[in-house]
Design a protein around this ligand. Structure first.
Ligand code: NAD
Length: 438
């Protein structure tokens, strides 16, 4: 099964289906560790880019990894060939939300069927679900699709494993290479062993579980983190009314080991491809099981209202918004990525546009993606151009570039009204600004 070995470490041939944020990072990192990787997608443009060493998404350090490991990475549209030539196949396709919030498993089913068909002539293979899927999906959706298409039995003809991914966009490579823990759920010990071997050399706890527990650990992690953000934002909203700086409160509670300082950065709320959709999917799954998950519903409700507090603050300073120009700094849902999925900048821009405002925006990486959502706003080449002539500035992403802004950078504004949705500005450099919860 194992093709090559170096210094006692055995390397595998691995295929990865889905070359998005998770698939490309996983592939690049597994290649960096010495494995041969086939990256499969249905989009030719992505495949061509990867074969040229160009990442299909922006993630720090990814281009370097793809280029350095070019000999070990092949991107292809041919799933059958990739699976045939590999020992393990990871499924990393998207798992978006259906309109009712439940998980859309279309891409998962499709890829499982294609992988199954490719397994017909293979002796031994392990299929690993890395996409985030609600508990029960690997057992009840992926395994049956693989069995039907391959004519083989899971645990005998092929192995089925669930290995959730915890990486954060913007820090994805570091998170993959140095995770807090690795969770591997499996049907049988042999398949679990082969995936554990892939992570040989990682000195972190490796938890071996069954399939549905591995799936639940991912949802529980995201539900906890999302809840922590909504809770600190709720506390922040109260602090704002009381004239208290939430960040001092966060520090005060963050030293408590039971709480911890991480994820206490109050602001315009969470976005991204994971927290909103995963909390929604877990709510839908709970309801399907006859349980009403009240806390998670409120986590989403608080988060939905949070970005709009930015608009409320602007309106307090500029009661008549119509005809005014607003500069939005930061479009990505967080720094370090070009991802705008569920970005808090989206409801903010929609809301001010409704008031008849002219919107100018700037983001170092995410403007291309935001152009697919808003075509009729002004995309600026740099910060200065964005701020020039604006009546108010809203900061929505904590990019490093914004942290260095000083008073003089805002001097081109018509009215110097600056509202922070992320705490980036330095009080010493910028006297006149207001934070969403500070
Ligand atoms: P993405 O949308 O960026 O990428 C998915 C890719 O899969 C796309 O390139 C798409 O073309 C491809 N694809 C779809 N159907 C396919 C098929 N049948 N065959 C081959 N390719 C196919 O998604 P992502 O952000 O990388 O997320 C993937 C999964 O990982 C999701 O379940 C997500 O919840 C989970 N996850 C994401 C993150 C993150 O930070 N983005 C972190 C942890 C887990």
């Amino acid at each position: 099964m194992f093709k090559r070995a170096l210094n006692g470490i055995q390397f595998m041939n691995i295929s990865i289906v889905g070359t998005g944020y998770v698939g490309t990072v996983t592939g690049a990192c597994l290649a960096e560790l010495g494995n041969k990787v086939f990256l499969v997608d249905v989009i030719k443009e992505k495949v061509d880019k990867i074969n040229k060493g160009i990442p299909p998404i922006y993630e720090e350090g990814l281009e370097e990894l793809l280029k350095r490991n070019r000999e070990r990475i092949t991107a292809t549209l041919d799933l059958k060939e990739a699976v045939t030539n590999s020992d393990v196949t990871f499924i990393t396709v998207g798992t978006p939300s259906n309109p009712d919030g439940s998980i859309d498993l279309k891409c998962i089913k499709e890829s499982a069927e294609k992988i199954g068909a490719a397994l017909k002539e293979k002796e031994r293979h392990v299929v690993v679900v890395k996409s985030t899927v609600v508990p029960g999906t690997t057992e009840n959706v992926v395994v049956p699709a693989l069995e039907k298409a391959s004519g083989k039995k899971a645990g005998k003809g092929f192995g089925a494993v669930m290995n959730p991914e915890f990486l954060r966009e913007g820090k994805a490579i570091k998170d993959f290479m140095k995770p807090d823990r690795i969770v591997i759920g499996g049907l049988d010990e042999k398949s679990l062993d082969s995936v554990v071997k892939l992570y040989k050399g990682f000195s972190v706890p490796i938890l071996r579980t069954n399939l549905r527990t591995a799936e639940m650990i991912k949802y529980a992690a995201n539900a906890f983190l999302a809840a922590k953000i909504s809770l600190i934002n709720e506390i922040g909203n109260i602090c704002k009314k009381l004239g208290i700086d939430t960040y001092e409160v966060a520090e005060g509670i963050g030293h408590d080991k039971r709480i911890g300082r991480a994820f206490l950065d109050s602001g315009a709320g969470f976005g991204g491809s994971c927290f909103p959709k995963d909390v929604k999917a877990l709510i839908a799954k709970a309801k399907e099981l006859g349980y009403e998950p009240k806390i998670m519903e409120e986590v989403l409700e608080v988060n939905k209202k949070q970005p709009l507090k930015m608009v409320e603050l602007v309106k307090k300073r500029l009661p008549k918004l119509e005809g005014k120009t607003i500069a939005v700094l930061g479009l990505a849902f967080k720094a370090g990525t070009d991802d705008v999925r569920e970005s808090p900048a989206i409801p903010v821009i929609k809301s001010v546009l409704k008031e008849g405002v002219k919107v100018k925006v700037y983001d170092p990486e995410a403007m291309k993606n935001m152009k697919k959502i808003f075509q009729d706003i002004e995309y600026c080449k740099n910060l200065g151009e964005c701020l020039k002539g604006s009546d108010a500035c809203l900061i929505l992403t904590d990019w490093e570039e914004f942290k260095n802004l000083g008073d003089s950078d805002f001097s081109g504004m018509r009215n110097k009204i600056i509202i922070e949705g992320r705490k980036v500005l330095d009080k010493k450099k910028n006297g006149d600004f207001e934070g969403i919860t500070w």
